[in-house]
Design a protein around this ligand. Sequence first.
Ligand code: CMX
Length: 142
Amino acid sequence: MHTQNETKDGKRLDHIAIAVENLEESLVFYKENLGLTLLDIEVVEEQGVRVAKLCTGNTHIELLEPLSPETPVGKFLAKNGPGLHHICLGVKDIKADLDLLKQSNTRLINDEPRIGAGGAQIAFVHPKATGGVLLELSQPQE
Ligand code: CMX
């Protein structure tokens, strides 16, 4: 049965990600000044980022620090400076969702799932398809 926190097929806002130069410096605001709880800091080599996960109820905020300037988030910071990087929908069956998006010729960045934070299967939808916002789909590890 679906709850008010998710759609009939189990989609829900999982997190909002913000690109930052330095996690520890950014955590002074989010954790100490704002009072959010830091759940975890994780290196996700495949994505080239160090991720701090902050609890915001049923969703979370992710702060993304690039592992080097050559990574995608490093390049994003060089081009745009710190700021909103992507939003993420948690999904129950990412392969089925990707198949549906392919059937509608939606422009995807990833045709097949990759591994993201927490071992989740993730895939990005191209911002051209979403109104200019990078959208991540994420199926949590069982
Ligand atoms: N917001 C809006 N547009 C963005 C964007 C962003 N954050 N990042 C990239 N784009 C745009 C680019 O400008 C580009 O547009 P054009 O096609 O018009 O030139 C397009 O999206 C594709 O970007 P790209 O960098 O050229 O394409 P890549 O395939 O090399 O990489 C992407 C795409 C988004 C996966 C990569 O840039 C990226 O950001 N990777 C990091 C992903 C990440 O945050 N992982 C977090 C893991 C933690 C977790 O599980 O949540």
